[in-house]
Design a protein around this ligand. Structure first.
Ligand SMILES: *Cc1c(COP(=O)(O)O)cnc(C)c1O
Length: 334
């Protein structure tokens, strides 16, 4: 596997640090917990989509694109990082938002990621929950072509084999750091949504024979649907990167017990986890993805799921800009 064969633009601060969380580890009394700081990728407050965009935006440049179109929920971290990437590369950006969260507050609709999208000059349109997002993006693309523009569509979450290359790379980067620092990783955990992060990580781990199990904590779909989505993308990514057949169905494990009432809706566990990490380690997570991932990891540690493991790594996929869209929660007194 040689990622250097694929077009790539530099957008992220890499490598991201792999840090020990001594106070959280002690507090939970389980394995030593490390955090892979992909919240520190640096582009427009960072996050996991920036690694994907290094490959996706290079593909857009190859196609002479002058407008990037993508989609997500209103507080999409992916949309925000895409808007920032478009600015950095001198392209326009159009975002289609699905009103996926019911009864949204004023902060949700205007602050956090939305504020940053507007600062990056992205053009925003909104569609109802359950709309065909690909159709909505295609309609905008057709319109732009009529105006003589060259649009390029980045799929939701940047999750296709091109974007997933970013997380193939992250799997290799993690192993390099673990080898350098002498950290025998027993398990890697992260929040999984549109599937590109988990698919890329699995391909990178399997193709390099790392022998590290990977657990995605779901934030949206039920377990079967989530695992199937990740598996399909992992198979396609393995082929695309030149390592066909490295992923089997049982390599794909998602735990979707921590979604709560639905995508983007707060849970008690997420609340507690986000505040715990803030107060124990001075680290910021987010209500939609990394906070629910953390809640899952913490609960699984308490329930003995990682018994026997010495070192586990939580990949911090970012999203703290979204906190400002949820300023009505998380302000409890100690
Ligand atoms: C998008 C996102 C994820 C999920 O990554 P996918 O590749 O979509 O599965 C996790 N955390 C944050 C903060 C995100 O923005």
């Amino acid at each position: 596997m040689l990622l250097a064969r694929f077009p790539r633009v530099s957008l992220a601060h890499l490598p991201t640090p792999l840090e020990h969380l001594p106070r959280l580890s002690k507090h939970l009394g389980g394995p030593d917990i490390y955090v892979k700081r992909d919240d520190c990728t640096g582009l427009g407050t960072g996050g996991n989509k920036t690694r994907k965009l290094e490959f996706l935006m290079a593909d857009a440049l190859k196609h002479n694109a002058d407008v990037i179109i993508t989609q997500g929920a209103v507080q999409s971290n992916h949309a925000r990082q895409t808007a920032a990437a478009a600015c950095k590369l001198g392209m326009a950006c159009e975002l289609v938002f699905e009103k996926r969260v019911a009864d949204a507050t004023e902060a949700y609709k205007t602050s956090g990621n939305v504020l940053l999208d507007r600062m990056f000059g992205a053009k925003i349109s909104e569609v109802e929950k359950g709309s065909d997002m690909d159709a909505a993006m295609n309609a905008i693309a057709a319109d732009l072509r009529k105006q003589g523009k060259t649009p390029y569509i980045v799929p939701g979450g940047g999750s296709n084999p091109i974007g997933a290359l970013g997380y193939v790379d992250c799997a290799l980067e993690c192993q390099y750091q673990a080898n350098r620092d002498g950290i025998a990783i027993d398990h890697i955990i992260h929040a999984t949504g549109s599937a590109g992060t988990q698919a890329g990580l699995i391909v990178g781990l399997k193709a390099s024979h790392a022998n590290i199990p990977l657990l995605g904590i779901g934030v949206n779909a039920p377990k079967d649907a989530q695992e199937e989505k990740v598996y399909k993308l992992a198979v396609a990514t393995a082929e695309y990167v030149g390592a066909p057949g490295v992923v089997s169905r049982e390599d794909v494990v998602a735990n979707c017990d921590y979604v709560g009432p639905g995508y983007g809706l707060p849970t008690e566990g997420m609340n507690e986890a986000v505040l715990l990490l803030a107060r124990l380690e001075g680290l910021l997570f987010d209500p939609v993805y990394s906070g629910k991932g953390l809640a899952g990891m913490i609960d699984l540690i308490k329930n003995g799921f990682f018994t026997g493991a010495k070192n586990i790594v939580f990949i911090h996929t970012g999203g703290s800009a979204g906190l400002f869209g949820y300023s009505d929660i998380l302000q409890t007194e100690t």
